[in-house]
Design a protein. Structure first.
Length: 47
C-alpha cells in the first residue's frame, strides 16, 4: 500500500518533530481510509 502526498508530508514532519505514537496514528489512518476512502484521509492527514 502506498501513501499519498499528505501522509508523506506528515511523516516527514512528525519524525523530526518528535511526534509520539506514529505507528498507532498511522494504523488509525489506515482504518479510516478503509471506511472513508484513501483520498479523503490523505487530504486530512496532510493538513
Amino acid at each position: 500500500m502506498g501513501i499519498g502526498p499528505g501522509a508523506g508530508r506528515w511523516l516527514k514532519k512528525a519524525g523530526p518533530a518528535g511526534a509520539v505514537r506514529i505507528r498507532a496514528k498511522t494504523a488509525r489512518a489506515v482504518e479510516l481510509a478503509t471506511v472513508m476512502g484513501s483520498d479523503s484521509v490523505d487530504q486530512a492527514v496532510g493538513q
